[in-house]
Design a protein around this ligand. Structure first.
Ligand code: ZN
Ligand code: ZN
Length: 183
């Protein structure tokens, strides 16, 4: 495991766990939907800031970096709203077991924030895809396992594995991550 990717994979695992716990509180009626939504938003913001700090290897964010995190979180809000509305409209007696998985999916929003940070401090380092091919893999993923590019290039072309990216597999269940390319 590459140490650089290990940091974001660990943050992702923690955030997924917290998002699932939050949904469990909702299922047990300990919080209501509005509280769930604001708590999920708070988690995305907190982990987003942590991802940016970790990516930049720093302990304080500039106002511009804080804005970048805030924008990323804001982009997720319509999806959280839609999800909350679907739960509101559904029959609560029939709790959907897939909801926890769906809530955990929002964790993926911190991935681009992290790599944005790494890209800023390592502008010239080349990367290839590493990690398991998993359940879903595509020709793009296979191509980038051997074709090196900078992180900036992956980000600007939307080829960084993350929810809804431009990879043919869409990145939703892609388990690849960028690893430094050392010829
Ligand atoms: Zn793919
Ligand atoms: Zn992949």
């Amino acid at each position: 495991m590459i140490a650089e990717a290990a940091i974001i994979l660990a943050l992702l695992a923690l955030l997924r766990k917290d998002l699932r716990s939050e949904l469990a509180l909702l299922e047990d009626d300990e919080i209501d939907l509005d509280e769930w939504e604001s708590e999920a938003t708070r988690l995305l913001a907190r982990y987003g800031a942590a991802a940016m700090l970790a990516g930049l290897d720093t302990d304080e964010l500039t106002p511009e970096q804080e804005r970048l995190v805030a924008n990323q979180v804001r982009e997720q809000l319509p999806y959280l709203d839609k999800f909350a509305q679907e739960m509101r409209d559904s029959d609560r007696a029939a709790w959907n077991d897939d909801w926890a998985n769906r809530a955990a999916l929002y964790a993926g929003s911190i991935t681009p924030i992290y790599w944005e940070g790494v890209a800023a401090i390592k502008p010239d380092q080349l990367y290839v895809f590493a990690g398991p091919d998993g359940n879903e893999s595509c020709d793009d993923c296979q191509r980038f396992k051997t074709e090196p590019h900078t992180l900036r290039w992956f980000i600007d072309n939307d080829f960084l594995p993350t929810n809804g990216c431009a990879l043919t597999c869409g990145g939703w269940r892609c388990e690849h991550y960028p690893a430094p390319f050392n010829p």
